[in-house]
Design a protein around this ligand. Sequence first.
Ligand code: ZN
Length: 420
Amino acid sequence: MFFKREKALVSKAKRIFIRTLVGMTGLLTFQTPAVAGEISHIELGDHEITMHFDGLVSVASGFTLAGPDRIAIDIKGASVRKGSAGGSGIVRHVRKGQFSPDTARIVLDLGRPAMIGSGRFAKNGKSLTLSLVETDRSKFAQLVKSGRKKFLPPVNYRAKPPRKQYSVRIPLPKAKPTVKLPKIYGPSDSRRPLVIIDAGHGGHDPGAISPHGGKREKDVTLALAKALRDELVKTGRVRVALTRESDRFLVLQERYGIARRMDADLFISVHADAAGNQEANGATVYTLAESASDREAARLAARENKSDIINGVNLGNTPDDVNSILIDLTQRQTMNLSADFAKLVLREGRGNMTFRNNSHRFASFVVLKAPDVPSILLESGYLTNETDVDFLTSKAGQDKLARSVANAVNVYFARQLAMR
Ligand code: ZN
């Protein structure tokens, strides 16, 4: 795989790439996952809480939770040692802990319904004071449904917002602004992971066409995408959006562009294969790699990547050379997460769906090239195989596939949560 290549080669590519980018846009920024300040101590008054930091933090936000009633305060760019202490006034208990590598969380267990009134950072950014205001039950219920209240340190005393670990921001050419962001299904809580499901092909690009009943890949993938969406929404654990919900054409870049613009946590592109040999059957999960794991994977990627080329005109406008260097820079973590998820799909699908031998393969699919969103491409089966066509176009088959992938999604995010 590409990341096993010699370092020298990669860093040379990087240098060239950086030069090119700076020339092109000057947008490249490297960010390290630095936690800037530790919460050194917390002062709790009857109607006020003050958090002191030993360094700069990037942003704080507070929100309300019910059953039991709580106020949570997240401080990005901060670390905190796990602990709890008794409260005073309307606060029964104060608990603190590291919510994620770059975010410290303080939780106030409330004796009576209360809300954050006002908040201010000290002039040097080294402390944050929030006022706590008692409120009534109905106002509290409203607050639970509303979003976060944000507090920013003074501009010169603000830690740079930490990015996802090891991420490299790459100025991919923007997806066309005309592509509207799709509707999000599932809980309205924006802290829930967002899964983007991409039904392959669409519009004037039918994809593969089945010799058994003329089923078109674009319709099969849309039905599967919708079945998976419904299954995921049923779990209530994640938010879901589809790159397309109707028979329309999107260039490949717009598909992963949607995932990036929505800051998605997982991207699943659904396809169905075709082969000269009508016996060929079963599903395969692909993840991104610069060099394909076998010739068939390479051929398939070349064919799927052709979606963008209509009458010889390439509608996806990323030049090939930029693409290949982008892969060099793609963070290893995204690749690893993608591979983890691919394995879970195989594990959860066992017994419910048919997979091929070597059912996890690698190739350079354009649609998987979001550098910061773990992504897989699921070739759900062969439209040239009668059994597969029956499975993929029946409600029962679609449900089985959707359940398998949804289970994999749940395990994937549960593991990530456990790792925090
Ligand atoms: Zn396809």
